[in-house]
Design a protein around this ligand. Structure first.
Ligand SMILES: [Zn+2]
Ligand SMILES: [Zn+2]
Length: 467
């Protein structure tokens, strides 16, 4: 009897437990549903964190300081930084170097119109993105939750602006709202100076505060440096140009020329391989970068200094089709310009932000490589330009008008962050994308500046700061 009683008791306890579990599960489901519309408000404020703060003009403008976080609100997301790439485009702003050929009256090339608030006078955390873990969200945030690992993308994607709605989220119109008067202070220095972040995202700090338009959840356990490389602005642009299929769709067995093999170009080389191109020509003046290109998939490497004026013709020769017989699928039967030209050209050279300490390219302003990129492209081929150059471009007018080269330009190789960045993470996890060969320098936060010098003088391919 007592056994039965005990059994009954045990049974009812089990029932009760079951009921409780069921209720808890139901509650969790309800919470999860509610989570689709609201999240608990962030309780993160007054937190102290280390940040590289840039302010003033000239070398020495960036120093490691302690800042105090402001409360977040609305669509803001607080991210604890795991890794940030040290982008070459940010060299003038971080190191305070005046690029060769830029008048000193416009320090760092960042001079605003007269009378406007100067970004250089504000305390700004440089960088434009990275990867990390969400530590707080404003009450309106839907895209990510506390604890999510995220890429803070260099380009936003709101999904509802004119450009996003027309399939060009790489040109999302949130992107252009990043001037001195658009930025929102996210912290304060001990003396009360407000702290801002470059492009609403920063990255060269232990924390980033951004808006949900810039974050992409990435569900991966990859090491921070690898995922930081794969989600960097440069890798996203190089892979975007080649595998996102937003601007072009590289066909299997096609030929691809990549002009400039920094981290963006080397990502494009990999993207061309992943897309199935059979001829991949990588062009860079730096021998170490040509070696890296070969390692990650280039079938041919060319030194633009060695090729000189013959570079375009050399690419045309390397892309010669097996037959020139017109009725047999032949290509280039006229013989006036021997060779075919690359089916796709990814231009990724760009202007110098500092005089390199390794091999220099033929044009410090990056114009010549851009002109050559146009001219080495096949009739009927596609060119994507990705780099930042200084000056104006001159092209043969007839080639431009009826040469059949289709030119594509955009941010991040045209990629759509929410659609494509998780794919790039997947490519990295499955070892189709080699992040390690590109991230030749990996440093902790405290050594950020010295790593940035390596990037500036091109003595490394690129650098990742881990925090
Ligand atoms: Zn960048
Ligand atoms: Zn948009």
């Amino acid at each position: 009897m007592s056994d039965t009683k005990n059994d009954k008791g045990a049974l009812s306890r089990r029932r009760l437990l079951k009921k409780t579990v069921a209720a808890a599960a139901g509650g969790a489901a309800l919470l999860a549903q509610a989570g689709a519309f609201a999240q608990p408000p962030a309780a993160v404020t007054k937190r102290r964190f280390k940040a590289w703060i840039s302010r003033g003009d000239g070398p020495g403008r960036t120093t490691l300081q302690e800042a105090v976080l402001r409360p977040i609100t609305g669509r803001q997301v607080l991210v604890r930084t795991e890794a940030t790439n040290l982008c070459y485009s940010n060299v003038p702003a971080v190191l305070g170097l005046t690029p060769p050929g830029v008048p000193a009256t416009r320090p760092n090339g960042l001079g605003p119109p007269p009378g406007a608030r100067r970004l250089n006078d504000m305390a700004v955390i440089q960088g434009h993105g990275g990867v990390g873990v969400v530590e707080g969200v404003g009450p309106e945030v839907r895209r990510v939750q506390v604890g999510d690992r995220v890429c803070v993308s260099g380009t936003p994607q709101c999904g509802s602006c004119y450009r996003c709605l027309r399939g060009r989220s790489d040109m999302c119109q949130f992107l252009s709202a990043n001037g001195a008067d658009d930025l929102v202070a996210m912290a304060d220095l001990p003396d009360g100076t407000p702290v801002y972040q470059n492009s609403h995202i920063g990255g060269l700090a232990e924390l980033m505060v951004t808006f949900e338009e810039w974050v992409v959840p990435i569900f991966t356990k990859l090491p921070a440096a690898d995922v930081g490389m794969a989600c960097s602005c440069t890798a996203v642009a190089g892979l975007g140009a080649t595998v996102a299929h937003a601007l072009i769709a590289i066909e299997p067995a096609s030929s691809v020329a990549v002009v400039g093999c920094g981290p963006l170009g080397l990502s494009a080389v990999q993207g061309a391989r992943i897309a199935g191109a059979s001829t991949i020509i990588a062009i860079d003046p730096i021998a170490a970068r040509r070696d890296a290109a070969r390692k990650v998939g280039a079938t041919h490497v060319l030194d633009p200094n060695a090729e000189g004026d013959g570079l375009v013709q050399r690419v045309r020769a390397l892309t010669t089709w097996p037959t020139d017989r017109l009725w047999s699928g032949g290509r280039n039967p006229s013989g006036r310009r021997p060779g075919a030209g690359a089916d796709y050209v990814i231009e990724a050279a760009g202007a110098e932000n500092a005089a390199p300490k390794l091999e220099r390219g033929p044009d410090p302003n990056g114009i010549l490589p851009m002109q050559q990129s146009y001219q080495m492209c096949s009739q009927g081929g596609h060119l994507i330009t990705t780099s930042l150059v200084r000056g104006d471009l001159t092209l043969p007018g007839a080639l431009f008008s009826i040469g059949g080269v289709t030119h594509h330009a955009g941010q991040a190789g045209g990629c759509s962050p929410m659609r494509d960045i998780p794919r790039f993470v997947e490519l990295t996890e499955k070892k189709q994308f080699d992040a390690k060969t590109l991230a030749t320098t990996v440093v902790p936060l405290e050594r950020m500046l010295e790593a940035y010098e390596e990037v500036a003088y091109r003595t490394t391919i690129t650098a990742i700061m881990t925090a």
